[in-house]
Design a protein around this ligand. Structure first.
Ligand code: DOR
Ligand code: ZN
Ligand code: ZN
Ligand code: ZN
Length: 392
């Protein structure tokens, strides 16, 4: 299969450090197969599948299974993220070494879904990760600060009486883990940075030479908490949509490199989990098929990033952060390549029901967005073209 890329922008295949694929446990909302299709259509050649499956991905048996299933589907490399801790309470370190040594070669471990409350445990995790040369991805929530919180966040949400995850819950963990990383010598990656305060902490930590990196989601760049006025649970996400001034700070930080990369936090949920009362709904939004277009709308349209910059934040930097040797870099002639072709002049209207994902919870439904992925190539093989996936 050949791709006619005339008039398009040729980019290295996108790498998503934060995807929820729900297999095993919630295959009614997403599977490795349906999530891989969404990823290929979104221009991705590698995704990192978060550990908060059911059961949690805290053993090599499970992480190797996810890797092999992704390879069998063949649309995108599905790199499992291992859980940092084991057990319901998450009071014990998982066998990071066994997961790193398995077929999956797990490169990133996360506390997403199971926060590491205990700073001593986090310090030990960073030390263990340093020895293995892997990364701890910190979901940046201190849950004890969300108990009884009166505001989902910001004046809009406070007026609406929505409970949630205050800035202090995010920023206190970013500060704590930056300092723990400094002294333990490990590398920490901040998931879904969402506040202007987090940006300032990252700036400070990087200036100290601390090995810290961070991602931001497309939805936190584009959407603010004014969307919550409808009480539509499609806008419920962790961390919550914040104020417009936070969006502005996050965009500037991404352009500047204080925030390293874009990650989707693609979080499929069943219709009944999103069509209920706001307080009872699950947090999370789809992201894989709309990420490039939302980045075009928020960053490229106003010149904050050029297409070279898009290659950096959606492919090169995430590949560097996890140390993927065959992603996010220029290729030699004749070498099988990971590529994404984008039509920069296209516009399209998002139709939630037409997405490849098994769920439909996108806040971008009915929005008209700029730029579109035309084709995706994984190691020289076309995986998506003109909105259709090409299975193995
Ligand atoms: O909104 C979110 N949903 N944030 C997370 O960190 C987890 C995710 C999920 O698993 O649904
Ligand atoms: Zn948490
Ligand atoms: Zn998270
Ligand atoms: Zn997540």
């Amino acid at each position: 299969q050949t791709v006619d890329g005339r008039g398009g922008v040729l980019l290295p295949g996108f790498v998503d450090l934060h995807t929820h694929l729900r297999e095993p446990g919630r295959e009614d909302t997403e599977t490795i197969e349906t999530g891989s299709a969404a990823a290929a259509l979104g221009g991705y050649t590698a995704v990192f599948a978060m550990a908060n499956t059911d059961p949690v991905a805290d053993t090599a048996v499970l992480t190797d299974h996810v890797w092999r299933r992704g390879q069998a589907v063949g649309l995108v490399d599905v790199h499992p993220v291992g859980a940092v801790t084991v057990g319901l309470q998450g009071t014990q370190l998982a066998e990071l070494g066994a997961m790193a040594d398995g077929d999956a070669h797990v490169k990133m471990f996360s506390d997403d879904g199971k926060c590491v409350h205990d700073p001593l445990l986090m310090r030990r995790a960073l030390e263990y990760a340093r020895g293995l040369g892997v990364l701890i991805a910190q979901h940046a929530e201190e849950p004890r600060l969300t108990v009884g919180a009166i505001a989902h966040e910001g004046p809009n949400a406070a007026r609406l009486g929505l409970a949630g995850w205050p800035r202090s819950a995010e920023e206190s963990i970013v500060a704590r883990d930056a300092i723990l990383a400094r002294d333990a010598g490990g590398r920490v990656h901040i998931c879904h940075a969402s506040t202007a305060g987090t940006v300032e902490l990252l700036r400070w930590a990087k200036a100290q030479g601390i090995a810290i990196t961070a991602e931001v989601t497309p939805h936190h760049l584009l959407l603010d908490d004014s969307r919550l006025q409808t009480y539509d649970a499609v806008n419920k996400v962790n961390p919550p949509l914040r104020e417009d001034s936070d969006c502005v700070a996050l965009r500037a930080a991404l352009a500047e490199g204080v925030i390293d990369c874009v990650a989707t936090d693609h979080a499929p949920h069943a219709e009944q989990e999103k069509c209920c009362e706001f307080a009872a709904a699950r947090p999370g939004m789809l992201g894989l098929q709309t990420a490039l277009s939302v980045i075009a709308a928020t960053m490229v349209a106003d010149g904050a990033l050029d297409w070279r910059g898009v290659a950096r934040v959606m492919s090169e930097r995430p590949a560097e952060i996890v140390g993927l040797p065959d992603q996010g870099r220029p290729i030699a002639i004749g070498e099988p390549a990971n590529l994404t072709v984008v039509d920069p002049d296209a516009t399209w209207t998002v139709d939630a029901s037409a997405l490849a994902s098994r769920s439909a919870n996108t806040p971008f439904d009915s929005m008209t967005l700029p730029a579109r992925v035309v084709a995706t190539v994984l190691r020289g093989r076309v995986t998506a073209i003109d909105g259709e996936v090409r299975a193995l």
